[in-house]
Design a protein around this ligand. Structure first.
Ligand SMILES: [Zn+2]
Length: 283
């Protein structure tokens, strides 16, 4: 299996991500507005925030986050089981196999809009298509010692039930969904060199940020749009797009096997969770 070279990335990418991360209401042929873009950012957390976060700030306040919200029955598991991985770093240092890519293309309608002129798939940093496949590999590899609060399925199988696919195209912001229940991601977003890593401390982002965006947008397909202002959620209990994004990162930080993520990555996941929680008006 070929190895992929890593390279450093620029703090400036954080700014690019700030501009690009966004979401929108489901099932609309939207032309997202600038005001939505301005208010629906998912910003990487500042370093000072990361170090000040308590280890488990919310679970005691919301001991039973679910009674919830199994919106979509997941389809049966795919015939090709995910390959167990020791750590996400190890996995992301390798290229997706042809079998894995075939599995993802079977499970999801993955459409790379030819009008965008994306480069062909290549297992090298900043390749848009690679970023999608690596995100799906990671979602398939992520497993937890407790069920996710919004579904009894695995993260990957939940995603399969929630959406039919992923579109990479030219759009002001990423949103859910097109007429075929595919989340629509801003293609430019996926050329971030930091997506070669699960988390890149220099930029404050990484593939985990893309996974958070995918989960956020896919949740819109199940539960609808935001409920507080244009782009925030009213409560954590409603388990909206920000709520599941919060719990996703909390579960990454606290409910993954010890070898899967590094302590730094867990700290980053907690910071990402706090950022998502900040988008809930009455948590
Ligand atoms: Zn949203």
């Amino acid at each position: 299996m070929p190895s992929r070279h890593r390279r450093s990335s620029l703090p400036l990418l954080t700014i690019l991500l700030l501009i690009n991360f966004a979401c929108n209401l489901p099932s609309l042929a939207v032309t997202p507005s600038d005001s939505q873009r301005a208010t629906d950012l998912m910003s990487p957390p500042a370093a000072s925030t990361r170090t000040s976060i308590p280890s488990s700030p919310i679970r005691t306040a919301h001991p039973n986050p679910t009674s919830a919200v199994e919106r979509t029955p997941a389809p049966p598991p795919t015939s090709i089981p995910p390959t167990p991985v020791g750590s996400l770093d190890d996995m992301l240092a390798t290229c997706p196999t042809a079998e894995e890519i075939e599995r993802f293309q079977t499970d999801f309608d993955i459409f790379f809009d030819p009008a965008v002129g994306l480069p062909p798939f290549a297992c090298e940093d900043a390749n848009h298509q690679l970023a999608i496949y690596q995100a799906l590999r990671a979602m398939s590899a992520l497993y937890f010692d407790q069920p996710l609060p919004w579904t009894s399925y695995s993260l990957y199988d939940w995603l399969r039930g929630a959406i039919s696919g992923v579109v990479l195209t030219t759009t002001d912001i990423s949103y859910c969904c097109d007429g075929q229940n595919r989340i629509v991601l801003k293609a430019d977003l996926l050329s971030q060199p930091s997506y070669a890593y699960w988390y890149d401390p220099q930029s404050g982002i990484g593939l985990m940020s893309l996974v958070g965006l995918i989960v956020h947008e896919a949740r819109h397909a199940e539960i609808g749009g935001h409920t507080c202002g244009n782009s925030d959620d009213a409560t954590l209990e409603e388990m909206g797009a920000w709520g599941v994004q919060y719990y996703l990162f909390l579960w990454m930080a606290e409910h993954t096997p010890p070898s899967l993520l590094t302590p730094t990555q867990r700290e980053a996941a907690m910071a990402h969770a706090e950022t998502a929680l900040g988008r809930i008006c009455n948590p």
